[in-house]
Unconditional design. Sequence first.
Length: 324
Amino acid sequence: MVHAIRIHEHGGVDKMVWEPVEVAAPGQGQIRVKHRAVGFNYIDTYFRSGLYKVPSLPAVLGTEGAGDVVAIGPNVVDFKVGDRVAYANPMGSYVEERLMPADRAVRVPDNINYETAAAMMLQGMTVRYLLRQTYKVGPGTVMLLHAAAGGIGLIACQWAKHLGATIIGTVGSEEKGKLAKEHGATHIINYAKENFVERVSEITGGKKCDVVYDGVGKDTFPGSLDCLKPRGLWVSFGNASGPVPPLDIGILNTKGSLFATRPTLFTYTATREDLVESANDLFDMVGRGIVKIQVNHKYALKDAAQCHRDVEGRKTTGSAILIP
Ligand code: NDP
């Protein structure tokens, strides 16, 4: 028996229960991982609340972790007992030990510790595809990044700065603004106090942005579209304030022949090849010190509800992890 944070029904943080669960012997292609650290991600709150439905209940929350391989099933050739591994999928990581498909795990390089690995896999690989694939950010790119001091935010500020972009970051407080700037944001807008659409226009001299990265959702819609140049790209990748309402596609026409995408990491890392390439690129960026993973909040795994409260209450910056 091991302990896990499970939900038996969707709802608030009170639905998160710390309870014993069985872990079977690994089956075909599976490994058993003993977690040394578990990553928190905003998506965990969606699966808890029911904004995203879990496949079945009860369900172990969490999508990310790092730890040691403690057993391997038949036909696992890439891993052995004792390997240090990390992953950002599938769900079921708020637990001391778990089974998972070996082809979703990657080996963690020696220069990256478990806590950093657990904090960076999901947010880091997301930033990679957002900046390198969804839109190819480079020198000359002017981008708007909402929630620039969050987990995705601080990684994206550093990575985009390295790529040479002009980064306009929005934040909910002065303190968060300072932090985002220290991590590479060129300009900061406190959207709790300022009209971000007007400020983007002022900052860019009316030219606006090539791309808007919007993980905030409901509260920044449709303003985000008004921050784009004609033919600019709106990347709506999350719902921290609630989901974007259903929209009339004609809005993309009237606001300047805009492009829109609603991507997810799980498509960009669907094949083993894509996953390994993405993880290796991230390990390289972190290993070379270009991106520093800010693990600003640590909780005992059994106290995961407090982590959810703090992040949903906008009290956190950078990444949060849970320690089994
Ligand atoms: P963050 O650490 O960025 O936390 C969310 C932040 O959103 C808050 O700190 C807050 O910053 C801002 N925010 C704005 N409005 C609200 C609100 N009403 N309630 C709560 N927060 C609000 O989280 P993550 O880095 O984990 O994730 C950021 C976004 O990226 C999320 O929407 C997440 O779902 C998405 N995501 C998408 C992925 C994908 O592949 N599509 C993968 C990973 C994450 P402030 O106070 O500065 O406004």
